[in-house]
Design a binder for this molecule. Structure first.
Ligand SMILES: *[C@@H]1O[C@H](CO)[C@@H](O)[C@H](O)[C@H]1NC(C)=O
Ligand SMILES: *[C@@H]1O[C@H](CO)[C@@H](O)[C@H](O)[C@H]1NC(C)=O
Ligand SMILES: *[C@@H]1O[C@H](CO)[C@@H](O)[C@H](O)[C@H]1NC(C)=O
Ligand SMILES: *[C@@H]1O[C@H](CO)[C@@H](O)[C@H](O)[C@H]1NC(C)=O
Length: 367
């Protein structure tokens, strides 16, 4: 019996038949797997991940401008990227890989659209009637990515040039989510409300019509209410909520829309060099406080004048919401399209809640 077992063991491991079989099984598995997640958010190793959040640091002491913090479905807390954000193998570059490949080789069955209210320099500037928003949509007929962010002139078209030279000085945030192809018809409607300014796109004629018309900047919402909320299921089954407001909404994203849905006081992080910033707002049933100083792990605190990121986080873990947003709390931005993608993941909430160092209190209103 012992002997038989032994020989079976040996032949299983050493027999050429088994080896071939396991090889072809492995190949089959890899092909099927890779085929179904070709376009996906990706980490620094190039592995597909369901979602991630990137926080690019401001250039503190001329040292940290290209460093970034990263978290995803597998590690819901801040970790420093091993590479610089402009590296051809950073999480952003790995994610944009199908786009770079398309630019080089025009692969079939792939589509993308790039939008930014501050497009790269070689493109026309965006009229302010369009949304104050920045993002990348990439997809094939199986899956796609919606990457929203705060970085002017992002992205360039190659692995070496995708990060703009202007991108070094200020902090920025990114949210990447992976979704099924079928879900992009609903995402396209969110993009209509945001009224994105696409500066470059390629959407095959066989793809969702809605995506083609937002890419061409020819569709927009036609009836009130002038905002839209969409519950999105990611590929791995996580739920994210997209909030989008159209220019005709005529109110601040945070105090006029998000805070009521999030159901708690919020800390809202905007760019610190705004012409007419809105003050913290305590007039509603939940308060909106402007964040003044951030404290990310293992670095000195910094203020909003060097941090162009846009996000908000609720006060208490009873309503653990975090939103990565398009917009600042600014008077003129009340009149523009824009939005946010929100999650109630407690790990993400903890990570963001902890970095709120100081915030602006509400002013006393004299009656
Ligand atoms: C990602 O999240 C989903 C839903 O929360 C979970 O089912 C899945 O196992 C996660 N994937 C990994 C690799 O952790
Ligand atoms: C995403 O697609 C799935 C089926 O493909 C559908 O059940 C789900 O409702 C869709 N969700 C959104 C937000 O479009
Ligand atoms: C506070 O927010 C509400 C909703 O956006 C707005 O109507 C009101 O004018 C704001 N108040 C101040 C003082 O900004
Ligand atoms: C997050 O929201 C979903 C519904 O959108 C709910 O089912 C879930 O319980 C919430 N999780 C937490 C931690 O609040």
């Amino acid at each position: 019996m012992e002997k038989y077992k032994m020989s079976a063991f040996v032949s299983l491991n050493k027999g050429p038949g088994w080896r071939e079989l396991s090889c072809s099984l492995l190949l089959l598995f890899c092909c099927v797997f890779a085929g179904s997640v070709g376009v996906s958010c990706r980490n620094e190793n190039g592995d597909s991940v369901d979602w991630y959040i990137v926080y690019n640091l401001p250039d503190l002491d001329r040292k940290t401008g290209l460093m970034y913090l990263y978290m995803d479905n597998n590690s819901k807390s801040w970790n420093y990227g091993k590479r610089n954000i402009n590296d051809p193998e950073s999480a952003l570059a790995q994610t944009l890989w199908p786009f770079f490949t398309f630019i080089e080789k025009k692969i079939e069955g792939f589509g993308y659209l790039l939008y930014n209210d501050q497009p790269p320099k070689e493109y026309k500037t965006a009229p302010s009637s369009f949304g104050h928003s920045k993002g990348v949509v990439m997809l094939d007929r199986q899956t796609g990515v919606w990457l929203t962010h705060s970085t002017p002139q992002f992205p360039g078209k190659t692995r070496r040039s995708f990060w703009p030279s202007s991108g070094k000085s200020n902090g920025q945030t990114f949210f990447c989510g992976t979704y099924k192809y079928s879900n992009f018809s609903d995402i396209a409607i969110q993009l209509q409300y945001i009224h994105i300014y696409t500066f470059d796109f390629h959407v095959p004629t066989t793809f969702h019509d809605g995506l083609r018309c937002v890419a061409q900047r020819t569709c927009y919402p036609r009836k009130a209410p002038w905002f839209k909320r969409l519950e999105m299921k990611s590929l791995a089954g996580n739920t994210f909520i997209s909030f989008a407001k159209y220019s005709r909404f005529q109110d601040d994203l945070y105090s006029g829309l998000l805070v009521d849905y999030l159901g708690d006081d919020i800390y809202s992080k905007s760019w610190g060099k705004l012409r007419r910033p809105l003050p913290s707002n305590c007039s509603g049933s939940h308060k909106v406080y402007n964040v003044q100083e951030m404290q990310l792990p293992q670095t000195q605190p910094f203020g909003t004048a060097v941090d162009h990121s846009k996000w908000c986080v609720t006060d208490s873990d009873g309503q653990p919401w975090t939103c990565i947003a398009d917009m600042n709390r600014e008077e003129s931005q009340s009149k523009r399209g824009g939005g946010a993608v929100c999650t109630n993941d407690t790990g993400v909430w903890e990570a963001f809640r902890k970095i709120v160092n100081t915030y602006e209190n509400c002013r006393h209103v004299e009656l």
